[in-house]
Design a protein around this ligand. Sequence first.
Ligand SMILES: Cc1cc2nc3c(=O)[nH]c(=O)nc-3n(C[C@H](O)[C@H](O)[C@H](O)COP(=O)(O)O)c2cc1C
Length: 507
Amino acid sequence: MSRDTGKLRFVDSNYSDLRDWLEQVDHLGELTAIRGADRDLEIPGIWEAVSREGRGIRPALLFDEIPGFSTGFRILFGQLESVRRLALTLRLNLDKADILSCVRACRDRLKQMVLVSPQKANDGPVMENVDTDGKVDLYKFPAPLHHDNDGGRYFGTGHCVISRDPDEGWVNLGTYRCMLFGQQSLGLHMSAGRDGRSMMNKYFSRGEPYKVAVAIGVDPALYLSSTMTIPWGTSEYDFAGGLKGNPIEVIEGPYTKLPIPASAEIVVEGECYPGDTQPEGPFGEWAGYYANNGLSPVLEPVMHVKTVLYRKNPILTCVQPAKPPSDLLKEGIFRSALIWDELEKAGVPNVRGVWCDLAGGTRLFNVVSIKQAYPGHSRQAGMIASQCGSGVYIGRYTVVVDDDIDVTDLQDVIWALSTRADPERSVEIIRRCRSSSADPAISPDLKATSHNPDDTFTSKAVIDACWPYEWKDRAFPVVQVKPELHDKIVKKWGKLLKLNGSVAQSE
Ligand SMILES: Cc1cc2nc3c(=O)[nH]c(=O)nc-3n(C[C@H](O)[C@H](O)[C@H](O)COP(=O)(O)O)c2cc1C
């Protein structure tokens, strides 16, 4: 692979598992090893500090020699939090390693993608250690305490929860946080409408146990797929295989008989029973708050663990939700690509960019740029982006801008919004839309009194910040130094003035 600062080219063969991927990340210069840090608050805090610096490369952090744990029992933070690591994961060749190029390349991949079913194997590295029954001990893994006010340690934050639909037989993977309830039990926090929860409800309505597996340290493309809203009925195994162009290798889980990733670092198998819940959380969330139920726990199903499979020297992959930007880059990039793809499939022409901004947790403030082609085009783009499958979850603000605006530059977006949009003509409010139990704008009173905190609504604003179609060709000229002069200036004076030449240009 090339390490040229601008272009990114992957010429070698694909990676085989997380460890192989980590070696390649190391070659890219994006992996930092840290020894001796404490798993409670310190390790997540170190990653949060790196993440908040925000600029430049945020390396993935691999922690070892964690006090109280066997050497080799490691923790990985920041897995997919760089354009280069995401490009490596999906083998994207980029001419410029910037966010929008990466979004565009992901969109291109989605357009051409063909689903690839997983490949069955009889054995795999995850079977190196198998603990069953009385030997099951989740405490041997360094599950961290992430934030001061969390209700406990979390075993699953950067992982996949695997289950099978009892009617249709397909297998879903979703990333739903798993609190460490005890030595042999975990809590599953699955919001209403999540595929895993819908499957669980089906089993429970028949009075049957819900068999489930939690896989940690899986192929990064599989992990990425499990964090994304893939249509009901499509397995994330097939989706990840399609993204990679290679099947994911699976073996049959000894207890659940579910397909589990053969080279995962850790897989925990077990089951949940109807009516069997325990207090779960609170846990710091992606929007930057404890918004689910304030600092009080919620009741969630208990997963009774029957087997634990793990590799020698297992790696616990973790994510630190916190006040943005936190761990949101992969979601920002991939969700933007999914919305872009859905817009095009819905017939919206001339989409030039989509960006689910990290400041809005990638779910609250989304921007679409278009080259306007007809009256109503900008409204169409905004309405569809705010309601399509990948944008519907809260999606409070959707801003549509002209194609001279860089959707990934908030300064540019706010400039367009405040200069080209007039609230009376430009803002559409859509009422009673999909919200979430994690929505911080729903009052604590409503959360406390509603029968189910997931049964709440939000309104949404679609802000058309494009020049009005009728006079867009007479729009006021932008005042800014011309690109040719800017380049000359950078050439002549850039060294003295430390200019990097990367000023965005408007047309
Ligand atoms: C790091 C991370 C943690 C997440 N935690 C949860 C969670 O605890 N509960 C939940 O319902 N969704 C959570 N999500 C969102 C889901 O993973 C995401 O919506 C996914 O599409 C769900 O899969 P499904 O569509 O198959 O249900 C999380 C996402 C990420 C990236």
